[in-house]
Design a protein around this ligand. Sequence first.
Ligand code: FMN
Length: 393
Amino acid sequence: MAEKVNSRQGEDNTMFSPYKMGNFNLSHRVVLAPMTRCRALEGIPQPTMGEYYSQRATQSGFLISEGTTISPTAAGYPRVPGIYSEEHVGAWKNIVDAVHAKGSIFFCQLWHVGRASHSVYQPGGAAPISSTNKSLSARCKVLLPDGSIDSHPDPRGLNTYEIPEIVEHYRQSAINAIRAGFDGIEIHSAHGYLIDQFLKDGINDRTDEYGGSYENRCRFLLQVVKAVASAIGPERVAVRISPAIDFLDAIDSDPLGLGLEVVKRLNNLQKELGSKLCYLHVTHPRFWLKPTSQLGIPNTEEEQGKLLRTLRKAYDGTFMSAGGFTRDAGMKAIAEGDTDLVSYGRHFISNPDLVLRFKINAPLNDYNRKLFYTADHVIGYTDYPFLSKPSET
Ligand SMILES: Cc1cc2nc3c(=O)[nH]c(=O)nc-3n(C[C@H](O)[C@H](O)[C@H](O)COP(=O)(O)O)c2cc1C
């Protein structure tokens, strides 16, 4: 049995025991994972998104929004919402209000896809921006607004002097998210998107102060975290990383080493700020692991568990895990102190009342993968059946 590392919340660590996450008192540990659902219209969140999120909200539960773009260059999927204009803020406000009315805490995930985009999404049809000029491999494809798929065009590596402007976009978007009523923000630094394109040595080939050493590869992330934390307060800021996930060619020669270097820097930053961040969210490698995975990515369930456990032990604060968790695996990870919170993705898509179903160990609805990214506001989005009336969750 794994060593118990989290005694700070007392002995009663179960999926349904309360958890104090910084300033937020959660009534249980089942979190809605951030999930792109492509139901916004030209970047503007739509009213049905309020229905979708509030269906999944519970009293003192915790929800994370879909990846939400921080600037016009940040999108790489159709119909993703933004948080950089007044219209975005106004539209999100209604959605956040609907979630708050159900008693949940709601964070906005801030997203820039970097090179995982296409010229159709870029202002003036320009090349997507990245840490590098290197293209994604042919196995990676991008979904276009008309539903077709295409290869990614060659990206344009950012000039050093352009980076502060991107950091400013994160800062302003965080302020906007708070203005829209969100309780905090999660910085998407995972899954091969812009910040991960700086972190991973399989992508980042820069020769300036943003490339090479760990210090340099972590610099962009740390600058973003600092800027956002100083704008809205560290206790409202969370970070998501996936050091061992090779989605979108995001390969690192030493995933655990990279994860520990990020954690070390976040711990130091927390000391410097005199306050903890809200949480660190790490995606379990099993979510993306493909036979094409490169050496260095842990292969077995045991190796992957060890990687997460090592990061969890090293991080000084609330730890959230995601990726392929079943009810039982989540319960076990919490009970053994491997994580404080578990975020659920696909099961939460098809089970709006997932929390209740987990509580009473009810069967789950199957999800329909084909409807994950479609435009319909009902089918595959808000029409998954409840076990009982939404008000009873
Ligand atoms: C349809 C879909 C969209 C997703 N979009 C995002 C996203 O916007 N941001 C993010 O960090 N992760 C995203 N993910 C990953 C999920 O947050 C989660 O880590 C993943 O689904 C693994 O959890 P699960 O096995 O419980 O589904 C997405 C996953 C799915 C299935």
